[in-house]
Design a protein around this ligand. Sequence first.
Ligand SMILES: [Zn+2]
Length: 132
Amino acid sequence: MTKPKKIRIIDGIPICSVFKPQGIPASDLQEIVMSIDEFEALRLADYLGLEQQPAAELMNISRPTFTRLLGSARKKMAQMVVDGKKLCIEGGRIELRRHRCRFCGREWQKPSGFCPTCGEKHQPGFSGKINQ
Ligand SMILES: [Zn+2]
């Protein structure tokens, strides 16, 4: 029996969800799937440089879970580069972080750093469509 996975809170979805080596037909490429929560762990730790404990708290998961997600994401990145595989970023039990405007109090969950009511800028996020 595995216990149900906790929902991971993320700040945004990837700008680009498919990465493919140039000049190789798609039919010859092996595909690696990175979940969006793995991507978020990689973004927080390796892109933003956060320590694992605060990064795990941001995602609402335990530190061991964060470490496991990060390790898996790093391995997939390495496989993509070393083996020349196609990488797709999709899926995972995720929920976008809720933003609250400090001026008008409006709450929203879109991956946008701007309040939909008054346009005030908040933390930076990604732009893109949610495909879940
Ligand atoms: Zn507002």
